[in-house]
Design a protein around this ligand. Sequence first.
Ligand code: IPE
Ligand code: IPE
Ligand code: MG
Length: 247
Amino acid sequence: MQDIINQIDKTALPKHIAIIMDGNGRWAKNKGLPRIEGHQKGADVVEEITEAARETGIKYLTLYAFSKENWNRPTDETKALMFLLFDFLQNKKIKMLKNGIRLNAIGDLGQLPEEVLACLNHTIKETSVGKEMVLTLALSYGARDEIIRAIKSVADELALKKISSDHLDETLFSQHLDTHDMPDPDLIIRTSGEMRISNFLLWQGAYSEFIFMKPCWPEFSRELFLQCLIDYQARERRFGMTSEQLD
Ligand code: IPE
Ligand code: IPE
Ligand code: MG
């Protein structure tokens, strides 16, 4: 059977794909397993999808791994998630280096446990030579929180007269967001059948294409990822214009 990757137009790839990796808990519950086993399986899928994105030639992959609101979950679960993150950072560094992947993180990172933050910063630094793909983890991330932090940063520059309000436009504001060094996501995928944004990339997703799909994150796969790319390529992104204008 022909690999589905051959159906993808390599000249029209999305530059940036962001994924809301949802449904670990329900996947586990359906199998009569504890939620944490869903998160463990989910971590394996992170590796598979990172490889698939790298193989396809995607330049930016952003994964929503832990939201600011997720701190409200039971402590057992947040602790287990932090442990899995620590484990991922420690064990995948060599593979990231080998594949030219640069790790990046967005979110209110100061909320992370000290040892996790130290490991994150270490891995970000070590992989900073990566030129093939940027893998961004959204950690303790909330889009409203990010926007407020950006507003504060702009306000500081205004107060110091580094900028004047005449200069404030969308481009300048974007430079104060956690995502200042990456393009907006062309495609946002959410697994598990939920059709909501859950405080993810509210500013940056203004013109993203969305794919909501039924399988839970532990069931997501290279093949489903590639199918998302094929679906994306069949869409027409009009950015407010008419089809005729795009022709
Ligand atoms: C996504 O799976 C992982 C995180 C939010 C950390 P969930 O844990 O939200 O799984 P469901 O949605 O409860 O099934
Ligand atoms: C969104 O999933 C956050 C992540 C995938 C990390 P949630 O499971 O936390 O979202 P809600 O609570 O169902 O909206
Ligand atoms: Mg969920």
